[in-house]
Design a protein around this ligand. Structure first.
Ligand SMILES: [Zn+2]
Length: 302
């Protein structure tokens, strides 16, 4: 009797733990999805555009964190050791990437420099080199740059999951055609305006400017760190007046107060602009980039 009971109990325990185990697995990850680790929000957006419901994405740099100053801790890189694909921006945006890949010790990891094949803009001003490195990393804010990045991401997903090649290629083609139609629309608009200069918080828009023949001037370039000197402020005020700048753009993570100070001095208005370095207002890449282009264009027509 005792033996029978024990056997039954053991059997029950086995069944319960077996079903608990399989439940657990289903809750945690869908094993049919490709696990992709990305460095920050814009890259996540591109992976999502191509991989849609076939990818499970984890982002290394947490939302709301200034990505240029980011140094990962061991816990930030946990997902890299099991991920199938790792996508980073490149052009020096993530100086820690080589060390992270090595530390992940993941022989099957497909690591992708999303900027591979694109031409970098070289930083010339010493303050820019100090903040952003030798190259300007902000290529994802250009529609042409985004196209290169999305195609590199597509190639990586095809390599990781060749069975769904057609799916990734179709999504990539759809996204690229959206980028291109947006480019054509705004290229025509920017060609039609005489004013080509705008002022932002941090100098993130050089690639976007290159797309459309525009010029950016940034508040941070002039003020650098800390309090602006009276002379620097005067210089930028003069610049804004000479170029008839009526809008000063401000970003969530870069010097909104300084943008406001300058705007007051010049009698300009402050508008927000997205750098897509972090999740902003829960908007997609295309929503934010369209918003940026609309606001820049409007500022040039005033
Ligand atoms: Zn930046």
């Amino acid at each position: 009797m005792f033996k029978k009971c024990t056997a039954l109990l053991l059997c029950l325990i086995a069944i319960v733990s077996f079903s608990a185990c399989s439940n657990n697995q289903a809750d945690n990850t869908d094993e049919s999805k490709i696990t992709v680790s990305v460095t920050f929000n814009a890259i996540k957006e591109f992976v999502l555009a191509v991989g849609k419901d076939k990818v499970e994405i984890s982002t290394i740099i947490p939302d709301g964190t200034e990505p240029h100053d980011f140094e990962p801790k061991a816990q930030d890189l946990v997902d890299l050791s099991t991920a199938k694909v790792f996508v980073y921006n490149g052009f020096g945006m993530e100086s820690w990437v080589d060390d992270a890949i090595q530390a992940a010790n993941n022989a099957d990891l497909i690591a992708v420099d999303a900027s591979d094949g694109a031409t970098a803009i070289t930083n010339t001003e010493s303050e820019e080199i100090e903040e952003h490195g030798q190259y300007d990393p902000h290529i994802w804010l250009s529609l042409k740059g985004a196209e290169v990045q999305v195609k590199n991401i597509k190639d990586a997903l095809v390599e990781a999951d060749p069975f769904n090649k057609d799916y990734y290629e179709k999504n990539c083609t759809d996204f690229v055609s959206q980028l291109e139609s947006l480019y054509n629309e705004y290229n025509e608009k920017f060609q039609s305006v005489e004013k080509k200069n705008f002022v932002t918080g941090h100098a993130a828009f050089a690639y976007l400017c290159q797309d459309f023949g525009l010029t950016q001037n940034s508040v941070e370039d002039v003020f650098a760190e800390g309090e602006p000197s009276a002379q620097q402020l005067t210089e930028l005020v003069t610049y804004c007046k000479e170029n008839n700048v009526t809008t000063i753009f401000a970003e969530e993570m870069a010097s909104p107060d300084v943008s406001q100070t300058l705007a007051n001095e010049v009698g300009a208005e402050v508008e927000t602009i997205y750098t897509i370095e972090s999740n902003e207002d829960n908007k997609t890449y295309l929503e934010r980039i369209t918003d940026n282009l609309t606001k820049i264009y409007e500022s040039l027509t005033k």
